[in-house]
Structure formats: structure tokens, C-alpha cells
Design a binder for this molecule. Sequence first.
Ligand SMILES: [Cu+2]
Length: 147
Amino acid sequence: MKRKILLMAAIAAFAAAASADCDLKTKVEFTEPRIFAPLKGSNATGGFAKIKNNCAEELEFVFKSADGFKAVESHATVEENGRMAMKKTDSFKIKSGETLELVPGGKHLMFFDPQTEIKEGSEVKLKFTFNKKELTVPFKVIPRVKK
Ligand SMILES: [Cu+2]
């Protein structure tokens, strides 16, 4: 009987270690989180940032939603038949200690159908999940062409 209890304790300890909670707010570092202000007449725009994973484990992140936009997607840019094309992806993965760069012409976030005017200089709140835990990050709206 005693042995069984010890075994169960060991399993519980292992389970706790496997889902070791990383504090996303302090361990996931966003540098220059930004969105291009949508051009007039366009219903889509892009978002970019550098995202560093300071957690001990690999993080898989999913872009869930953005305030003021009807829909969002994560995209990678791939070459197809000599042309660069955007491809939807369900998530991005960042290894421990590594930085993912979301840049124009590379991996990026996409926003569709703004429901309100997305003004330059304002902030849009983006919701992500990192290993299924939610994190909200404000992204700054900037002009598409840097003045
Ligand atoms: Cu795209």
C-alpha cells in the first residue's frame, strides 16, 4: 500500500514538472509589436514583432484575435513556382531561448475586416495563446511607410 502511494506521488510530481508554468508576462518578450494602419480601400493588413522565448520550454503560439478586427490569421511567406506567396499556418513555435521574427515578407500576423477605424498611433490588443495559456499584448498602429 505504501509503495503505491509513493508511486502516485512520483507521478504527480512528474506531471507538475511537465506542465511547469512559465510566467508569460515576464518570460515572453515582445520587441516593437506593430501593425500597419490599413490602407484606404483595403480590408487586410499585417502585424510584426520580435518575440523572444525566455521560458525553459518550447512555446507554440496561436494568434487568436485582435480588438477591432473581424478575423485574424498567422501567415508564413513561401516560394511557390518562383513566386512568393502567403500561406496560412495554425501556429508558430519558438524554442527556449530563441527569438521569432515576424517581418514583412516573412512570417507575420494578418488582420482582416476592421470593424472600426484603426488609427495610426493607437494601440490594438492582440490575444495569443502560448502553450494554450492566454496572453494579451498591445500592438502599436504605425503608418505603412515609415515617415
Ligand atoms: Cu499574410
